[in-house]
Design a binder for this molecule. Structure first.
Ligand code: PGU
Length: 399
């Protein structure tokens, strides 16, 4: 019989969010009358706003006409790529530096194909589990340092360091996954901090994969929304972003990556050219309907709509944070991000998850699921209908 890919056996546990869904199902089966509210997975709940939705409908309608029909579209519609450059990067990227995709998670998975087994991996700890699980799945970091799976550098982000890691822990020749606004801590790195990150990457001959999936939640104008706001980043960074969280496209699927022409491997070869090669070989582009919606999300009307959608979720975040703080539970995040990172010192985070589920019928995400430094914390997601969030906040009083 064919053999199992040994990398799959190296993944330590099941993917975090299906595990949470399983525990929720088990609780619901044992408590059929419970009205469970989910503040667990960061899944959008509000309808697509009208202007953007109309563009999706129109995109689908066009496909039913001879003149409007379109098929495969390679790296994505030129209009969308140009619009992304203008809206998010002040026009400083050419269309061929922006690749349209079916979402940030999918890009994070595919990007790992660019870098060999000798390349190390560094992650903020805690972090979005896809960085570590995806790296292990693909065998990245396997040979780096000769330490196998342990070749991944965990960079603790704790209360003590204000959730910004000690960059001296990054090894040379490493892919540094960095997410700001951060999932799960809700922390947003300052310009000075990202400048230090870029300098470290250049000094250590490393590449930053910057996940900006929550950039549209930043309200403080002094905080950078992109790694490319930082001088020198074009030589050492790739950025992924998505329409999921600002426009509610979690189910529609539309994202992008930016791979600057200046980014080169050790050998001097172009990362951009290889990324084009990878995408055209194992990916056939984002849905053209989704792209029609994406273009509308970036015009003036669409920008207003995404702003009010993100304002709405930030309103939820404030309610959750106030409720927790009112109970004397310390927490961070939620002001420039849709996640609230709440601290239960000395407690096992899966145990706190179960306690909140049992006492309040509210689903959260245990911090340990995001990495060892997440122990003692629980993440609350602000994605929910307002009345559910209000009800969840009332029930938290039972803790
Ligand atoms: N990047 C970060 C940092 C994320 O938190 C998420 C979603 C994504 C990317 C995914 O973006 P797409 O463009 O939709 O692919 N994180 C959610 C959902 C869980 C999941 O498995 O993606 C969360 O609850 O953490």
């Amino acid at each position: 019989m064919v053999q199992r890919n040994p990398c799959i056996a190296n993944i330590k546990a099941g993917y975090l969010f299906p595990e949470i869904a399983k525990r929720r199902r088990e609780y619901a089966a044992a408590n059929p009358d419970a009205k469970i509210i989910s503040l667990g997975v960061g899944n959008t709940t509000e309808p697509i706003p009208p202007h953007i939705n109309e563009a999706l409908v129109e995109g689908a309608r066009r496909l039913g006409t001879v003149e409007g029909y379109s098929g495969y579209q390679d790296e994505g519609l030129l209009e969308l790529r140009e619009k992304i450059s203008q809206v998010f990067y002040g026009g400083k990227f050419k269309a061929n530096e922006i690749f349209i995709s079916d979402g940030a998670k999918c890009d994070i998975g595919r990007l790992q194909l660019l870098f060999g087994e000798e390349t190390g991996v560094a992650v903020q700890d805690p972090s979005y589990p896809v960085y570590v699980d995806g790296s292990v799945l693909i065998g990245a970091a396997w040979k780096h340092n000769g330490k196998g799976y342990d070749g991944i550098d965990y960079l603790p982000c704790t209360l003590e360091n204000d959730f910004f890691p000690d960059l001296s822990l990054v090894s040379e020749n490493t892919l540094i996954y960095f997410c700001s606004p951060n999932n799960p801590t809700g922390a947003v790195s300052t310009k000075e901090q990202l400048t230090a990150l870029v300098k470290t990457a250049i000094r250590k001959k490393s590449v930053i994969i910057f996940d900006a999936a929550y950039s549209e939640y930043i309200r403080d104008p002094s905080l950078p929304k992109s790694i490319f706001d930082i001088e020198g980043a074009r030589e050492c960074a790739i950025e992924v972003n998505s329409f999921s969280k600002p426009a509610g496209f979690t189910g529609i699927r539309l994202g992008w990556s930016v791979v600057p022409m200046e980014l080169k491997y050790e050998s001097g070869e172009s990362v951009n050219a290889d990324w084009n090669r990878v995408c055209s070989t194992i990916f056939n582009g984002a849905s053209n309907i989704a792209q029609a919606g994406g273009i509308a999300a970036l015009d003036d009307e669409g920008r207003k709509e995404t702003r009010s959608l993100t304002d709405f979720y930030l309103g939820n975040a404030k309610l959750i944070r106030d409720a927790l703080q009112g109970l004397g539970i310390s927490c961070t995040g939620g002001d420039n991000s849709p996640y609230i990172w709440s601290h239960f010192p000395g407690r096992d985070s899966w145990e706190v998850f179960s306690e909140i589920l049992e006492k309040c019928q509210v689903v959260t995400t245990p911090g340990a699921g995001f990495g060892p430094a997440g122990e003692g914390f629980v993440r609350f997601s602000a994605f929910g209908h307002r009345q559910d969030v209000e009800e969840a906040c009332r029930r938290l009083g039972k803790l």
